[in-house]
Design a protein around this ligand. Structure first.
Ligand code: GTP
Ligand code: MG
Length: 445
């Protein structure tokens, strides 16, 4: 019989309401004991008073919910108590629960772990729930919600369901005396495997949107010193994250801020100005600038409109997709033609602004939202959100490709079995034998 676990389901700290959750066979007894009454009706909130069963002292009052197995989050008997969120209440509740034999505090993620083991949700849905809890922007929330509701798991299961009959077909054919693949079998499984290969390849070629959406799109701001890079970062972040000064070479290190740009998560980095370094420290800083720009998903180069020979054309990390922000246009008189002629290459991506006067910035923000959206918008189709998915799909694809080139039925069946197992790894529908096979697959015989 499984143990009964309990935990605070809401965030700790002072709050109007705190939610406690219990899961396991003792839940109902605990609820009846600490509320001193019969069990409430299943799945309906009812008022209750929580009493210390030893002293009879009332601790708090609130609401109780009773979810008898198997219709609960974990599949076990589950109890939820909604009480007041004070430190003293929490301490007494934990102390009382701790006194019951066979009750223990849950490990992190243990309720969800039980839900997976009970087959209530699959791996991908559990991952979706974690992402939903961690989601900081609306686009992340949408993606996590879709995954928690099973879109990814359904896709992988549908592929598995297509492969299983192929495998059965082939296994039946293995009973034929000859070793070679009978033509009928090849005709029956060939097209399915071919279509699946195409579908998985398309699914993998998603520009890593889902993963980027989880982590935040990386944007780097770089350019010559003193052009207003840090000023721009601060304006976008709406706080003084980086030091701004009229001394060239102020920023030495990479400074990161996390932003919500039109509902998309972004990690924006300010960097050291690029020039011939005047010290070792500056030279390390500039090296980091190049590194960061190279790793980023979107690059913003900043130049100052008042400098006649801004050397951004010499910075070789600037490419056709780089957005050029021409800052300090307030210093130009008249503000103009010169801008376009000097930066003709950038035409589409040129944004003349003045950060200090707050001119032209809204247009820049709109452009950034559009560019970020292009790279992160996942629509409603299921997207790979973790490296784990990519690895398992890659292995599944390899096995399918091998299966297609096999001429021997048994080897072909073995490859299909491997492909099926990797789809199982994605959703968690694998048994221990399958897992062992997968783990030892890369070992030599
Ligand atoms: N006139 C004018 N000055 C600006 C504008 N934006 C920034 N500045 C000034 O330009 C100077 C340099 O700004 P920073 O933001 O520190 O420039 P940076 O590019 O980060 O400089 P480094 O860190 O040295 O590479 C500061 O004195 C800012 O106040 C602008 O739009 N117009
Ligand atoms: Mg700076």
């Amino acid at each position: 019989m499984s143990e009964t676990i309990y935990a605070l389901a809401s965030a700790p700290g002072r709050a109007g309401i705190a939610v406690y959750r219990l899961s396991g066979p003792q839940s109902s007894k605990v609820l009846a004991t600490i509320t001193g009454r019969n069990l409430p009706k299943p799945r309906l909130a009812s008022r209750c008073s929580v009493v210390d069963p030893t002293s009879g002292e009332q601790i708090d009052d609130g609401l109780a919910l009773w979810f008898p197995a198997p219709r609960s989050y974990t599949g076990d008997d589950v109890v939820e108590l909604h009480l007041h969120g004070g430190t003293a209440v929490r301490q007494r509740i934990f102390e009382i629960l701790n006194r019951f034999d066979g009750l223990r505090m849950a490990e992190p993620g243990e309720f969800t772990r039980r839900a997976v083991l009970a087959g209530k949700i699959d791996f991908t849905e559990a991952e979706g729930l974690i992402d939903l809890i961690d989601a900081e922007t609306d686009a992340q929330r949408r993606q996590a919600l879709l995954q928690s509701r099973g879109v990814l798991g359904d896709l992988y299961n549908s592929w598995r369901d297509k492969l299983l009959p192929c495998l059965a077909h082939l296994e039946a054919a293995i009973d034929f005396p000859e070793e070679d693949l009978p033509e009928g079998v090849e005709a029956a499984i060939g097209p399915t495997v071919k279509t699946l290969i195409k579908e998985i390849e398309n699914h993998l070629e998603d520009g890593h949107r889902g993963e980027r959406l989880r982590d935040g799109l990386k944007i780097a701001i770089f350019g010559p010193p003193n052009v207003g890079k840090s000023s721009l970062l601060n304006w976008l972040a709406r706080r003084d994250a980086a030091i701004v000064s009229e001394t060239a070479g102020t920023t030495r290190d990479v400074i990161e801020v996390h932003l919500d740009l039109g509902g998309f998560p972004v990690v924006l980095a300010d960097t050291a100005g690029i020039r011939d370094a005047q010290s070792d420290v500056e030279s390390i800083g500039i090296e980091r600038t190049f590194q960061r720009a190279a790793e980023s998903d979107l690059k913003i180069v900043v130049a100052a409109a008042d400098q006649t020979s801004t050397p951004i054309h010499d910075i070789d990390i600037v490419d056709r997709e780089t957005i050029l922000v021409l800052n300090k246009i307030d210093l130009l008189e008249p503000e103009t033609d010169k801008i376009t002629s000097e930066y003709r290459d950038f035409e589409q991506n040129l944004y003349p602004v003045s950060v200090t006067r707050e001119v032209g910035l809204e247009k820049l923000v709109q452009c950034l939202i559009k560019e970020v959206g292009k790279r992160l918008n996942t629509g409603s189709s299921p997207t790979i959100t973790r490296h784990r998915h990519r690895t398992a799909l890659g292995k599944c694809l390899e096995a399918l490709k091998r299966a297609r080139s096999q001429e021997n039925s048994e080897l072909c069946a073995e490859d299909l079995r491997i492909a099926v197992r990797f789809l199982g790894v994605l959703t968690g529908s694998v048994d221990i034998e399958d897992l062992l096979d997968i783990i030892f697959l890369d070992f030599c015989i």
